[in-house]
Design a binder for this molecule. Structure first.
Ligand code: GLN
Length: 256
């Protein structure tokens, strides 16, 4: 019987789920089981209601079409999500989800999709026909000793960080937030935004651990921890090594 439990909310699994983002939820459940932490995942779709409380919120990526559909619904929940964030709830927002959790996203057609404002970032898509930021990514983060992270990115939007946020990682191979400043994603308190699909969590168990630890702190207080974390499985280590090799061989170098 697990002594600890976390409640996660997965936003728009039907619409915001590309490049295997649902694997993040599968990996979260699996890693929680390894930590002997119970993990309950509630789904929220368009026009749904947030539960009264949560420890972790997940949102994946989507193309502009899906973002246009969910953006007004996200705004319905924005005040509550910001309140949760201020209260220490953990967040993982990937790609299109990351864009919608920043200050806003201007699409290639010039529409302004409002954001939740968790991350002090703005995203602007270049005019249609401009090069997309696509490929394997190898980056390095100083977040809690996580180190190397791998993933796959595919986005038109270029994200620029404001002073109120720090990058999640520095890109060694890949485009990252905008292809210019070498940054990847953003961290604001217990919220992590990133362009990394792949999915992210199955190949980067330390990132999963960071999210679980933040969720446990939200639920049980600052002393909560996962005690003796089991080492990542051989499968995750192999998957990460393969992705790192792909990024080294095929990924764009920031100077390209
Ligand atoms: N629509 C966004 C863009 O292209 C996000 C894409 C995604 O989530 N993969 O910038």
């Amino acid at each position: 019987m697990s002594e600890q439990a976390i409640r996660a909310v997965w936003l728009y699994p039907e619409l915001m789920n590309v490049y295997a983002d649902r694997g993040n939820v599968i990996a979260l459940r699996a890693r929680c089981a390894e930590h002997d932490v119970e993990c309950e995942v509630e789904h929220l779709e368009l026009a749904g209601e947030l539960p009264d409380d949560a420890d972790l919120v997940l949102i994946g990526g989507g193309q502009d079409r899906e973002q246009r559909r969910v953006a007004p619904d996200v705004q319905r929940h924005a005040a509550r999500l910001r309140e949760w964030h201020e209260g220490g709830v953990a967040f993982l927002a990937v790609c299109g989800g990351f864009q919608l959790f920043g200050d806003g996203y201007r699409t290639a057609r010039g529409e302004e999709l409002p954001g939740v404002g968790l991350f002090d970032v703005t995203t602007v898509a270049p005019p249609p026909g401009a090069e997309r930021c696509v490929g394997d990514v190898l980056a390095e983060t100083d977040l809690d000793g996580i180190g190397e992270v791998v993933g796959f990115e595919n986005h038109a939007g270029r994200t620029y960080l404001g002073p109120g946020v720090r990058p999640f990682a520095r890109v060694h191979h890949g485009w990252g937030n905008n292809g210019v400043d070498g940054t990847e994603g953003a961290v604001a308190g217990s919220a992590l935004g990133t362009y990394l699909h792949g999915s992210l969590l199955p190949r980067n168990p330390r990132v999963t651990d960071w999210l679980i630890a933040a969720a446990l702190r939200h639920r049980y207080g600052p002393e909560a921890s996962t005690a003796d974390a089991p080492p990542e499985g051989a499968y995750a280590a192999r998957a990460r090594a393969a992705a790192a090799t792909a990024a080294r061989e095929r990924g764009r170098t920031p100077a390209d």
